[in-house]
Design a protein around this ligand. Structure first.
Ligand code: ADP
Ligand code: ADP
Ligand code: ZN
Length: 217
């Protein structure tokens, strides 16, 4: 099964993708994570992407479709791909169709996380992740069970993203509205879109997604 999780920054895409990895053995393909890894490694792609990401704008379609294509050639993605943060433009949506069909694969669902934008700044500003395994947390909505210790791997260091500040989030939301939301009709025409209430708590959003994947919604 191959699915897209679609929603603005802070909608809960990464949280749900990580859960699906843990519970269903699917594989999260987050272009944001891949780009941050490229920035950290100082690759040519990373050097090009850094300033754009810090500003909250979109990296070029050619770069992101290139890294997704490479990732899809790795065998683990046959267990089921969860596209998180990709596609983000009409051109990327068209590229993804080609990348999948070239490999004899197809999309099963596009799951739209419906959220109230006003709540997202708080979600993004309170976000942090385990510096070792990447598990996501929140200052208010999802604290580690034991303070200062990652639930998943027991690590004690956490990190925050430089672009998770109120000002950059506003730019990222505007990018979502202008360039990403308009790809929904493309998928609606294919009958692939399923909506979930992204304002519900994390477990409830998970239950709604599970119902879709299990063919019960
Ligand atoms: P995205 O990948 O869509 O940008 P995340 O999954 O990283 O979003 O979630 C953003 C922040 O909000 C994280 O700190 C996460 O723990 C928290 N979060 C995710 N889903 C919910 C939810 N349904 N209710 C409250 N907080 C949430
Ligand atoms: P969030 O889910 O919080 O919006 P991401 O981790 O998905 O954050 O993305 C962080 C940044 O990486 C984006 O603001 C953008 O600069 C860049 N980026 C990630 N995915 C894409 C993509 N598919 N197309 C263009 N830029 C991207
Ligand atoms: Zn961890």
């Amino acid at each position: 099964m191959n699915i897209i999780l679609l929603g603005p920054p802070g909608a809960g895409k990464g949280t749900q993708a990580k859960r699906l990895e843990q519970e269903r053995g699917m594989v999260q393909l987050s272009t944001g994570d891949m780009l941050r890894a490229a920035v950290k490694a100082g690759t040519p792609t990373g050097i090009q992407a850094k300033a754009v990401m810090d500003a909250g704008e979109l990296v070029s379609d050619a770069i992101v479709s290139g890294i997704i294509g490479e990732r899809l050639d790795m065998e683990d993605t046959l267990k089921g791909a969860i596209f998180d943060g990709y596609p983000r433009t009409a051109a990327q949506a068209e590229s993804l169709d080609v990348l999948l069909s070239e490999r004899g694969r197809q999309l099963d669902f596009v799951i739209e996380l419906e959220v109230n934008e006003d709540a997202l700044v708080e979600r993004v500003e309170g976000r942090f992740t385990c510096a070792n395994c990447g598990e996501g947390y929140h200052d208010k909505f999802k604290l580690p069970k034991v303070e200062g210790t990652c639930d998943v791997c027991g690590h004690h260091e956490f990190k925050r993203r430089p672009d998770d500040n109120a000002e950059t989030v506003r730019t990222r939301m505007a990018e979502y509205r202008a360039k990403t939301a308009p790809i929904l009709p493309f998928y609606e025409a294919k009958g692939l879109v399923k909506k979930v209430d992204g304002m519900a708590d994390i477990a409830e959003v998970g239950a709604q997604i599970d119902a879709i994947l299990d063919g019960k919604a």
